[in-house]
Design a protein around this ligand. Sequence first.
Ligand SMILES: CC(C)(COP(=O)(O)OP(=O)(O)OC[C@H]1O[C@@H](n2cnc3c(N)ncnc32)[C@H](O)[C@@H]1OP(=O)(O)O)[C@@H](O)C(=O)NCCC(=O)NCCS
Length: 199
Amino acid sequence: MTPAPLRFETLRGDALRAWLPRLVGLRVAVFRDWPYLYDGSPGYEETYLAAYADSPGAAVIVAIDGDRAVGCATCQPMNEAQARVQAAFRGRGLDPARYCYFGESVLLPAYRGRGAGVRFFEMREAHARSLGLPAAAFCAVTRNDNDPRRPKDHVALDGFWGRRGYVRRADVSVVFDWQEVGDDRATPHALGFWVKDPL
Ligand SMILES: CC(C)(COP(=O)(O)OP(=O)(O)OC[C@H]1O[C@@H](n2cnc3c(N)ncnc32)[C@H](O)[C@@H]1OP(=O)(O)O)[C@@H](O)C(=O)NCCC(=O)NCCS
């Protein structure tokens, strides 16, 4: 049986705030897997996602099955993003004011391979253009190729991102701390940037 098509909405401000309780579990569920291995807590997630509702230029694209959120993708002007993201760009002589920063995209595994990831990019890029931003960037965790925790069947997203027109900027990176599954404290993780300029 063909699954029902997903619905996609671009949410901001109060409309986004109303959906937050339905979004908090998504990052925790999806980022628990390789390559993030993130041991997230709903309490932190609520605060984290609420920042997008408070950020005037931000939007979250939500993938909806019936009335259930099954995925989401975030974006905001880099000028409104965390200071360390802006600093990573400034440190390489790049102007954060030109970029829309795509924080993350997460989709429950059962819904993958049906075009939602492509749609997330299209809708975030449309939002960036509506704000007059000429470029977009996002980052992804850097893992060693020989990391024994890498699942044998894991397919890296590099090809998918390249086909969307994004180019890896090996010289631009940022460090975020999070607790990995099985650890008892947060540890630093390096994330490398991908850029599309112009959009
Ligand atoms: C990133 C993520 C959201 C992408 O979702 P997805 O469902 O795999 O993405 P899509 O289905 O749109 O795209 C995957 C491929 O399927 C293709 N596709 C598009 N429509 C399709 C359809 N109707 N049926 C089957 N495949 C389709 C796409 O074209 C794409 O292939 P291509 O790159 O060769 O063009 C998902 O993999 C995920 O949540 N990953 C874990 C979290 C993560 O690492 N996020 C990124 C860092 S924040």
